[in-house]
Design a protein around this ligand. Structure first.
Ligand code: AHR
Length: 614
């Protein structure tokens, strides 16, 4: 290959924030993942509304008598269920994956809210099948609900630990918690260090949170007596801030319970810690992800719009403002500096969505003209919903539109030029979710090739994030994912390495370049990475690709506009005067994409007969 670069030519400027991460609480990305809490179902709030297999005692085993109680003796209105433990009884928590992970010599902070009118002594133990993992602690409890704490130092390393709490007399317990002292940056209510550091190592330009489908699925009602203590409600940021024991848990769209221990304050704090621009997404009052409903309740819509304005105040307002004060009391008097906000996610009803989006945007822009309000284009990369959404966004002069797509690696190789033709005067693109379907090298390579196309179009594509970010290997609802983990280890995928490569090396400006070889196997540099290749019928009479042993893998004599290329995988390609279109998406053995698992072993020879005079 010859790479031709003109250093004086000026391509698009690339923003430092261009590549970021998309965080969604699915695959146990939050509880059992990034949120460092080691106890599962700490507040006894699991219920069949989250998952048919759940009860308030899921993940707990009882010795003696204990029952989950939902009555007026509760800790507070938003934490409905608590444990009533009989005298001389105990409960033991199994944690996530194989159990609770502790490391020899490290400290672990236990806390519990307890009530025992007559007084009791709690004995708190950390064990695995081989015996004690730390010296047991005793905690004296007396009176109404109060928080009690103790610290363990692990005497052994184990990933199969169990936390048990035994009570000498009758007691009520709630929020039974165990955190490693060594969280990311040693923060209270903090994040799991190895996962947070892997994300930090990407050097992401932005952090999109909290999803995805969890944002705008479920009921849009709030969590209150009036709404019957809704258990399947959209992600509403006010549910997730303030003291953790007052954050009502919720049924997560992905089939489990979310504690909201990792809430909006923690997301903003994490974004700041990793130097990423915070990018929250709020529900638009039109459900997505297969739940296609739009609210006509004006009062509800107004309330959500006001919640969004309050969110901006929470992030940016002075510590004296109503919501800035909440932030300050949580430990961050300084504003977080919010500049972008997404409204809605993958709505299938573009017209209904856009009508409501415009109301959000008008309210936000009236008070905060500097904030970029991001719209979206539905769940696909093309089709009627996508086209309608884009038309509305263009006509409505939206600043930025969120696009999502999950496609084959072949699609990514063939769509390197997707944004070359986007309107330079239209809305900018936030590619909020994309991935080729797999975590193999061929996927990572196809994504890398595609990303060169994003970068070449950095004047249109301002933000891009691979999705999803995290997956606990024992609780997978969606694959592939960028970073994988269990309760004691984490590892980046090949796709992670590609993202890291791009994020760690963001340029200032695109320098236009071309890669060429003889014959005319030319194209943007991405073409070289993905091994895609073409020869034009204008310049050549025929073209043939052979393997080292002389086997013909692809050949074409350009007889006609749409010649067929056959290849050894049995599929076929249609060649249209220099461009190619894959016609058999299912053929795994296509040569010129990374679809063949053995493609990297080919020693390829490309021969073509030049037309005379060319
Ligand atoms: O990233 C996983 C899911 O894919 C997201 O929740 C949703 O927005 C998309 O359909």
């Amino acid at each position: 290959y010859t790479i031709t670069v003109d250093p004086d030519a000026r391509g698009a400027a690339i923003d430092d924030t261009m590549y970021g991460v998309f965080f969604e609480d699915l695959n146990r990305a939050a509880d059992g993942g990034l949120y460092a809490e080691l106890v599962q179902n700490r507040s006894f709030e699991y219920s069949a509304a989250d998952n048919a297999s759940y009860t308030p005692l899921t993940s707990w085993t009882v010795g003696g008598t204990a029952e989950a109680v939902n009555d007026s003796g509760r800790l507070n209105e938003r934490n409905r269920t608590y444990l009533s433990l009989g005298a001389g009884s105990s409960v033991t928590n199994a944690g996530y994956n194989t159990g609770i992970r502790v490391e020899k010599g490290k400290r672990y902070d236990f806390s519990v809210w307890a009530r025992a009118e007559g007084g009791t002594t709690l004995t708190v133990g950390l064990k695995d099948a081989a015996g004690q993992l730390a010296t047991a602690r005793r905690v004296a409890v007396k009176g109404d609900w109060a928080k009690y704490e103790a610290t363990f130092t692990a005497s052994r390393t184990s990933s199969r630990g169990r936390l048990s709490v035994a009570s000498s007399s009758a007691a009520a317990l709630d929020m039974v918690s165990l955190f490693p002292r060594d969280t990311y940056k040693r923060q209270p209510n903090g994040l799991r260090k190895d996962l947070a550091e892997k994300i930090e190592a990407l050097e992401p330009g932005f952090l999109r949170f909290p999803g995805g489908c969890i944002v705008n699925t479920g009921s849009m009602e709030d969590y209150s007596e009036a709404s019957g203590w809704q258990r399947k409600r959209s992600y509403q940021w006010k549910d997730t801030v303030g003291p953790v024991e007052e954050r009502a848990t919720n049924a997560n769209f992905w089939g489990y319970n979310q504690s909201y221990g990792l809430g909006y304050y923690e997301y903003f704090r994490f974004a700041e810690d990793i130097g990423a621009m915070p990018l929250p997404v709020v529900p638009a009052l039109v459900t997505g992800c297969g739940q296609n409903r739009a609210t006509d309740d004006e009062a509800l819509l107004k309330r959500h719009i006001q919640d969004t304005l309050d969110l901006i105040e929470f992030a940016n307002g002075p510590a004296t403002s109503e919501w800035g004060k909440v932030r300050a009391e949580m430990g961050h008097p300084k504003p977080f500096g919010l500049t972008h906000i997404g409204v809605g996610n993958e709505e299938n009803l573009p017209r209904e969505f856009f009508a409501r989006f415009q109301q959000f945007r008008a309210a936000i822009e009236a008070e905060h003209p500097d904030i970029t309000v991001i719209s979206n284009s539905g769940p696909d990369d093309s089709g009627t919903t996508f086209e309608t959404a884009w038309q509305l966004n263009r006509e409505g002069e939206v600043d930025m539109v969120d696009e999502h797509y999950y496609n084959s690696p072949q699609w990514f190789l063939q769509n390197n030029d997707r944004y070359d033709s986007y309107d330079r005067n239209g809305p900018k693109v936030f590619l909020g979710e994309y991935a080729s379907q797999g975590n193999a090298w061929k996927n990572a390579l196809a994504e890398a090739a595609f990303m060169t196309g994003l970068e070449r179009n950095a004047d249109v594509v301002e933000l891009a994030s691979y999705a999803p970010l995290l997956a606990n290997e024992d609780y997978v609802q969606w694959s592939p994912d960028m970073i994988w983990f269990n309760n004691h280890a984490s590892w980046g995928s090949a796709n992670y390495e590609v993202q890291k490569l791009f994020m760690n090396n963001v340029g200032d400006r695109v320098v236009p370049s071309r890669a060429t070889t003889t014959p005319d196997v030319s194209g943007p540099i991405a073409g070289a990475v993905g091994l895609s290749t073409w020869a034009t019928s204008a310049a050549y009479d025929d073209v043939r690709v052979t393997a080292a042993d002389g086997t013909t893998l692809l050949s074409d004599d350009f007889s006609g506009d749409a010649a067929r290329w056959t290849h050894r995988g049995g599929g076929s390609w249609t060649v249209r005067d220099g461009a190619y279109v894959q016609t058999d998406e299912t053929a795994e053995n296509t040569l010129v994409t990374a679809g063949d698992p053995a493609w990297q072993n080919y020693d390829l020879h490309v021969r073509a007969t030049k037309k005379s005079g060319k």
